[in-house]
Design a protein around this ligand. Structure first.
Ligand SMILES: CC(=O)[C@@H](O)[C@H](O)COP(=O)(O)O
Ligand SMILES: NCC(=O)COP(=O)(O)O
Length: 250
């Protein structure tokens, strides 16, 4: 367990803004904003790692972003990817420090749930083994569900990232129930010697409501930090989130 809760800054939505103008001009020297610059700015603000989600439809992050950030940003890189041969091949070329296996559907606006590791066990096991063989550490992005935690351990994952989207989107009445789900899943993960991370929909307002969740090592946060950065700049937005995370009881 690290001394303080680690922050992985997801810069996907910097690329979302870039693609809104430069998707058809991929080689433009003026393409901005730059995910690489964002990663470097996040490092200035105290980020512990950078997370990028190269989706199969390349709606935001592009392969070249992954290579650029890997080569020119000194922070550990966490590559989120679907469980596909295409993305496995990309990961084996990029060689990030971490891979987080996530579910993807083309129709979704954003990630809507955790990876069904239990229902895709053999397929996930093969992907995890191929990644771990090269020294890449593997996390599994799952719903806070004991069966998925157990399946993640069986699949050879070293970490789980608990999907906090249901928590983030829950009504006030349902929020405490979602926190309890996360508490139970975190306990199950720690009990199986898995590193327990969390992510999706975490923001400056709901962060403290996650503090009762034990054994958290890292939070991956993107949308809310990038949104805040539009007002105060990314280094400050990251520093603000790190400061808020400092209150997490270790
Ligand atoms: C897996 C996860 O929760 C985030 O990486 C999220 O996928 C951000 O990217 P999108 O907004 O494209 O889903
Ligand atoms: N895995 C969660 C992540 O990387 C960032 O999710 P969000 O903060 O953009 O919702």
């Amino acid at each position: 367990m690290p001394v303080s809760l680690l922050l992985g800054v997801n810069v996907d939505h910097v690329a979302t803004l870039r693609q809104a103008r430069y998707a058809l001009l991929p080689d433009s020297p003026n393409a901005e904003p730059s995910p690489l610059t964002a990663a470097l700015d996040a490092a200035k603000g105290g980020a512990d790692s950078i997370t990028i989600h190269v989706r199969g439809d390349r709606r935001h992050m592009q392969d070249r972003d992954a290579f650029e950030i890997r080569e020119r940003c000194g922070l550990p890189l966490n590559l989120e990817m679907g469980v596909t041969e295409e993305m496995l091949a990309l990961a084996l070329k990029v060689r990030p420090d971490f891979v987080c296996l996530v579910p993807e559907t083309r129709e979704e606006v954003t990630t809507e749930g955790g990876l069904d590791v239990a229902g895709r066990l053999d397929e996930v096991k093969r992907c995890v083994a191929a990644l771990r063989e090269t020294g890449i550490k593997v996390s599994l992005f799952i719903d806070p569900d004991a069966a998925q935690v157990e399946a993640s351990a069986e699949a050879g994952g070293q970490m789980v990232e608990l999907h906090t989207g249901c928590f983030a989107n829950a009504s006030t009445a349902d929020r405490s129930m979602e926190v309890e789900r996360l508490v139970d899943a975190a306990r199950a993960g720690a009990g199986m010697d898995l590193q327990v991370n969390a992510g999706h929909g975490i923001n400056y307002d709901n962060l403290p409501e996650l503090f009762p969740v034990p054994y958290l090592t890292e939070l991956n946060i993107g949308h809310s930090v990038v949104a805040r950065a539009m007002r105060v700049g990314l280094p400050t937005a990251v520093r603000e989130m790190k400061t808020a995370m400092g209150a997490y009881p270790q």
